[in-house]
Design a protein around this ligand. Structure first.
Ligand SMILES: [Fe+2]
Ligand SMILES: [Fe+2]
Length: 292
């Protein structure tokens, strides 16, 4: 903060100058404000701050996961806290509005699934520690994708069977990463490994059935598929919340009916439906199969 440093910064076109020891949270708030994510004040600003922090935590998480480094446990916990407090405020719609502004599909998906799971767990009356576990599992559910080649992960258009087989390794890869690092709860490991398993045994990677799929995993699976259906992807139009929910219902014995009914109360009785109507396009019939 010396006058000379500030002069040099201004000469470079600085929009803001902060002391070197500025805490990361204050730095993120500043960057968020400069990007226009944070407005002056008001009830939504707190949520937006949480969103910026969760996004930053995801950036650290995915970078570490892709580069063989240890996963940043503190950043994961921070994002879980931010997402659960956002769910406390009951403002899923604002959360989703911010998710849609994010330009990276992987972040968007993780932030979306995490927001949905946090809202779902809260709706079901889970206690704080179970909500933390559920949201941690949601934050980490696709962490194995960080090790999938980007040309496959981001391929526009349908995948070949060989490419699909590579993508289908992500639950096992993610699970093995967490086991190798250690310190993750069994419920989190189960969700990362089994979030693509179906109750009728038709899922992957192990084709296990209802007797081996616990409720928290079933909840994450529902949120994961729903998220994939309402997301915008280069190869498919997003479904409206009503269409996406109807698609989940149409999956019959693959998903838990009781949990699905409860999930309907989370996503259909709010202005999420309004948002969905704004985005509604004809639904692709194979979209459920593509749910990532
Ligand atoms: Fe996945
Ligand atoms: Fe996913």
């Amino acid at each position: 903060m010396s006058p000379r440093s500030q002069m040099q910064a201004n000469a470079l076109g600085a929009q803001a100058i902060l002391p070197a020891e500025t805490p990361p949270s204050a730095l993120l708030d500043k960057v968020g404000a400069m990007l226009g994510l944070l407005r002056d004040s008001g009830p939504e600003t707190v949520l937006q701050r949480r969103f910026v922090r969760a996004s930053a935590a995801f950036a650290g998480l995915l970078e570490a996961a892709g580069s063989d480094g240890p996963l940043p446990v503190q950043a994961i916990n921070d994002s879980v806290e931010a997402i659960n407090r956002a769910a406390d405020d009951g403002n899923l719609d604002t959360w989703l509005d911010m998710v849609w502004q994010h330009d990276d599909a992987t972040y968007q998906h993780c932030l979306l699934v995490s927001g949905l799971v946090a809202a779902f767990a809260r709706k079901l009356g889970f206690g704080e520690s179970d909500r933390q576990l559920m949201t941690t599992a949601a934050v980490l559910h696709d962490v194995g994708k960080a090790r999938i080649p980007l040309d496959i992960l981001r391929k526009p258009g349908r995948l070949t069977p060989a490419e699909r087989a590579v993508i289908c390794q992500h639950p096992q890869i993610g699970h093995d990463m967490l086991v190798a690092q250690g310190g993750f709860a069994p419920a989190v490991l189960a969700a990362v490994l089994s979030h693509h398993e179906m109750l009728d045994g038709s899922g992957y990677p192990h084709g296990i059935g209802a007797d081996r799929i616990p409720d928290p995993v079933r909840m994450i699976t529902i949120c994961d598929i729903y998220a994939a259906l309402i997301e915008r992807r280069s190869y498919k139009a997003p479904m409206s919340p009503e269409e996406a929910f109807a698609t989940l219902i149409g999956m019959g014995d693959k998903l838990d009916r009781d949990l699905l009914r409860a999930f309907g109360n989370v996503v259909l009785n709010s202005s999420v439906a309004r948002l969905g109507k704004m985005m509604a396009r004809p639904a692709a019939s194979a979209a459920a199969e593509d749910a990532a």
